[in-house]
Design a protein around this ligand. Structure first.
Ligand code: MN
Length: 488
């Protein structure tokens, strides 16, 4: 991942005299330095801006700097907002308005009009807020003291989300073959996706992959198999199947890296010239941060790579998931999620096992090797991006993952068990009403708030199903959103 940075732009004006401006400058530098030490990305203090041209020049520079993933603004003093219009009107990067102040307390004895002139963030940030609202710009507003842990956590989450925006805008998706025949929800308008989200989604023939596989050497396969052995327990004697998956992984990785792709899809209906559907191969690629979608689902593949990039260390615990079956025993209602093979090991509670089993569906001539494990317990989200025709809708549901309540010894795939919010059946009703897909990205690492911010920055519809959602309220919300998004 690129060495992303964020720019700190402090608003002021020349009215206060050089002493005040010097103090603002020193403090802004100190804040940026200290915050850089505890945020996931550096915050670079750029300027205490006093004029229209200073702001416009800095924002123009930010737009063109490929390492700048967003700007953070704050007004230590009052900064008249007409100075900001030309700059902000041209802003192409995510924007966070940090409504903070240098000091945490009002000093009882020392406070006088000099103190008030220097420390008037409450005043300045309102003028700054007005112009954001007046320009109708997407922005994140975070209020509170800059040393407060909650404020720093929210600013850090916003930074990760802004990196998700930068990642999305340069994302290339490699499709091996087309979508699974007749499926509706995996279809979509690739031109609209590129306009809104930046994704370059293109198809390569399965034959191109087979040709690449034929060029993989035994030494390359040896090296990758040694890596598998170091990371996973080998629970099969079928070494040939593991070596075949290694060959598939090496070939897919080479093709993606050569073309700058960070996400891929394939389908069991088009494995022409291949012996096995990539299972272990796709799982280990996901572990390295590549997005994946089964059955040609390029939307979920792209979203998987974006949520990974938004997670801890730029490759968080997020993976491709599919709702499979329910446990509807009263009081113990759960969903069981899995896929034919391809569940990312970043979701695993324990060390995954490599197993080989027969796969009846698709064109598999031989039993594919795959990683088998149970998902972690804990709060998580599932995310689905659907094409509503003319617009994209992002649906996020809060879920609580549990250790699977049954051992399921004959289930030959990785599995995650969870309860959707607000409860399983209401949650399912809401998800279905909103049109959420069976394919999702499941993430322990990215929050619904982060996805709301991401959707706002990308200018797409956002639907959140949480513990407080009711079907009645959701139905009304969807009706209103349908109208709004037709007008937009
Ligand atoms: Mn599927």
């Amino acid at each position: 991942m690129k060495a992303y940075k964020f720019w700190f732009i402090v608003g002021s004006q020349s009215l206060y005299g050089q002493d005040v401006l010097d103090t603002v400058d020193v403090r802004a530098r100190e804040m940026a330095q200290e915050l850089s030490g505890c945020l996931p990305f550096p915050l670079i203090y750029k300027v205490t801006a006093k004029s229209n041209s200073e702001i416009a020049d800095t924002i123009r520079e930010a737009n063109y700097d490929t390492e700048c993933a967003g700007i953070v603004t704050w007004c230590h003093t009052f900064s008249p907002s007409k100075m900001w219009i030309n700059g902000l009107a041209g802003l192409q990067k995510p924007w966070c308005h940090l409504a903070t102040q240098y000091n945490v307390e009002i000093p009882n004895e020392e406070i006088d009009m000099d103190f008030m002139n220097l420390n008037q963030a409450a005043h300045g940030d309102r003028e700054h807020g007005f112009i954001g609202a007046r320009l109708r710009l997407p922005r994140k507003i975070i209020a509170g003291h800059w040393r407060n842990e909650g404020v720093q956590k929210r600013l850090g989450d916003w930074m990760k989300t802004a990196v998700g925006v930068a990642f999305s805008r340069s994302l290339k998706v490699m499709r091996f073959g087309d979508n699974m025949r007749e499926v509706a929800v995996t279809e979509g308008d690739k031109v609209e996706a590129q306009i809104k989200l930046g994704w370059q989604v293109n198809t390569w023939a399965t034959g191109d992959l087979v040709r690449e596989m034929n060029k993989v050497t035994e030494a390359e396969i040896d090296a990758l198999c040694a890596e598998y052995e170091s990371k996973y327990d080998i629970a099969t004697d079928n070494t040939a199947a593991i070596r075949y998956q290694a060959k598939e992984e090496i070939a897919m990785k080479k093709m993606m890296d050569r073309n700058g792709c960070m996400a891929f899809s394939n389908t069991f209906q088009d494995l022409y010239g291949m012996e096995q559907l990539p299972g272990l191969a796709s799982q280990h690629l996901m572990a390295q941060g590549y997005g994946y979608g089964g059955e040609g689902d390029w939307k979920v593949s792209a979203m998987t790579s974006i949520l990974k990039a938004m997670g801890e260390g730029g490759n968080g615990a997020s993976g491709f998931m599919e709702d499979y079956t329910y446990h509807l025993v009263e009081g113990k209602e759960y969903s069981l999620g899995a896929h034919m093979l391809e569940v990312c090991p970043s979701l695993a509670a324990d060390k995954p096992r490599i197993e080989t089993h027969h796969l009846g569906i698709g064109m598999n001539e031989k039993d594919p090797a795959r990683l088998v494990f149970e998902g972690k317990a804990g709060p998580a989200i599932v995310v689905s991006l659907i094409d509503m025709g003319g617009r994209l809708r992002l649906i996020v549901q809060d879920i609580e993952c549990v250790k699977p309540i049954l051992p399921m010894p004959n289930l030959p795939v990785a599995r995650v068990m969870w309860r959707a919010m607000p409860d399983l059946t209401t949650g399912v009703e809401c998800w279905i009403m909103a049109g959420g897909a069976h394919h999702t990205v499941l993430s322990y690492d990215v929050t619904a708030d982060m996805m709301r911010d991401w959707a706002r920055m990308m200018d797409i519809e956002f639907v959140h199903i949480s513990k407080d959602t009711t079907p009645e309220q959701l139905e009304n919300d969807l009706l209103v959103k349908d109208l709004i998004w037709k007008l937009k």
